[in-house]
Write a protein that binds this ligand. Sequence first.
Ligand code: SAM
Length: 221
Amino acid sequence: MSLSQWTAVDNYYNNLLLPEDEILEHVRQSAIDAELPPIAVSDAFGKYLEMMVKISGAKRILEIGTLAGFSTICMARALPEDGKLITMEYEQKNAGVSRANFKQAGLEDKIELRQGAALESLKDLIAENPEPFDFVFIDADKENIANYLELSLKLSRKGTIIITDNVVRDGEVIDMNSEDEMVKGVQKGNEFISKQSGVSSTTIQTVGEKGYDGFLLTVVE
Ligand code: SAM
């Protein structure tokens, strides 16, 4: 089994199940044109996020890590008319590309992008005492996953769903001697969530065009 086979299977299912999507294709192209790294979620995972938002009936979404806005648009388009999504992005360039994409997708009224270090943006958001979020997607710097989980929980309610991406990392997550800061960040996040009372979590390993990885699904009880 290899990346080429996983990619071929992704292509097979995407061709069967995912309709052509001009908006998402434009988002991918805008990221290439702006020379952003190819680290957005896959088409299949984007659709999964969209479906999770629909299934859960989420009205308020928090996203940490925007890039060009691919996952943001997948989730925001599943929101009801009065839904809202706040997304956080450090890089000014990425924020500019994604804001243009939100406009192009006709979603600029539903999406608010807060540019800056997410730790600061989250603290500012908590100080605003907003209505709790129904759905959180954590997909930024892996070193801060534990902090993002902790702060996201402060913005949650019973039933809030939190998805944390890239927590398997080619299986390296089980190497407790790993020197990789991203792996260490994931391990710290796992440690945090495993000791947290009032939440229920599981991790699903995935393979596909983006290789071998997985996501952590947490529900606030
Ligand atoms: N969720 C996006 C998608 O699937 O389309 C991909 C996000 S990409 C994996 C991670 C993003 O997090 C990058 O755009 C990066 O600039 C941003 N990021 C990294 N560190 C950050 C920080 N401290 N605060 C906010 N954003 C950060």
